[in-house]
Design a protein around this ligand. Structure first.
Ligand code: PLP
Length: 326
């Protein structure tokens, strides 16, 4: 394996299932659709951050850390999975969350509380500044903090998705299936950077298409290409990437991060009712909504095979009940 040289803690449930979506494919009259179930990775309801945390937690252990610090939105899946990884490996955990605490903890925030993490509300202050200040405060108190970056997206974390591409291609060989396109929600860029490095290193010829959930394409493309180049270097691979080689569709940003519209509502219902699989309101609902729209607009040929990589987040459904329309 490409990632064999790196320290890794085996805390995710892998490999995740690779499954066809026959009922939905038949209904759409488009390409053949499959799904990769990274909503089933474990760590307190699953998601893509579990793959990154296998490498990040190992790095924290190697550095002798005793506490993980990370940050995100109040409904951050990354924060919740980091809290679960900390509990699993035996670290304390401190989460820096944007805004002020809501009166009742629901969804991911409820899980953060159950997982026993300390929560620091950042208000409008930049998360990275508050995370650095919290790390400093812990160090002065004699503790050994390890800061997991926003989204787990640095070369250590992104290595999880290099390994994931290797996992996918092994499953493709085993199940005798090939994908012309791999489509998923992209935001802090670590998932896409890892997949892009894995694709190039392993000679995967298909397209790796990130549907942006948040940043415009002219920001996300260079973010991914720079992180991909750094991740390749971390793995001792001599590969470099340009923004023009990174496929991003930013046509589905709607009202902005976390603002649920008909696109997400319809996508969630469509997949739930055709296949019994739940999406989330912020990331996969938007990305799958984008994929359904691309299919309707004829962006794929009927003889192509398209993989939707489910990146998790379903715990957030329980905090978005009203806007999703239960
Ligand atoms: C974090 C997250 C993403 C985006 O992954 P990045 O590596 O940050 O681009 C997608 N889906 C879900 C459910 C997430 O929590």
């Amino acid at each position: 394996m490409i990632t064999n040289g790196l320290a890794r803690t085996r805390i995710a449930h892998l490999p995740t299932p690779l499954e066809p979506l026959p009922r939905l494919s038949a209904r759409l009259d488009g390409p053949e659709l499959w799904i990769k179930r990274d909503d089933q990775t474990g760590l307190a309801t699953g998601g893509n951050k579990a793959r990154k945390l296998e490498f990040l937690a190992a790095d924290a252990l190697a550095q002798g850390a005793d506490t993980l610090i990370t940050g995100g939105a109040a409904q951050s899946n990354h924060a919740r999975q980091t809290a679960a990884a900390a509990a699993r490996v035996g670290f304390a955990c401190r989460l820096v969350l944007r805004g002020a605490g809501p009166p009742a903890a629901q969804g991911n925030l409820l899980l953060d509380r159950l997982l026993g993490t300390e929560i620091v509300w950042a208000g409008e202050r930049p998360l990275a500044d508050v995370m650095a200040a919290e790390a400093e405060a812990l160090r002065s108190a004699g503790r050994r903090p390890y800061v997991v970056p926003y989204g787990g997206s640095n070369p250590v974390g992104a290595s999880g998705y290099v390994a994931a591409m290797e996992e996918l291609l092994a499953q493709c060989a085993e199940q005798q299936v090939h994908f012309d396109h791999v489509v998923f929600a992209s935001s802090s860029g670590g998932t896409q950077a890892g997949l892009v490095v894995g694709a190039r290193a392993l000679g995967y010829p298909g397209r790796v298409l990130g549907i942006s959930v948040d940043p415009p394409a002219d920001r996300l493309r260079p973010l991914v290409s720079e992180l991909a180049t750094a991740t390749a270097a971390h793995l001792a691979l001599e590969l470099t990437f340009n923004p023009e080689e990174v496929a991003v569709d930013d046509g589905y940003l709607g009202g902005g991060y976390g603002v649920v519209s008909d696109l997400e509502r319809d996508a969630i219902r469509t997949l739930a009712q055709a296949e019994g699989i739940l999406l989330d309101p912020v990331y996969t609902g938007r990305a799958f909504g984008g994929l359904l729209d691309l299919i309707r607009r004829g962006a794929f040929r009927a003889d192509e095979q398209v993989l939707f990589w489910h990146t998790g987040g379903t715990a957030a459904l329980f905090a978005y009940g009203e806007v999703v329309g239960g």
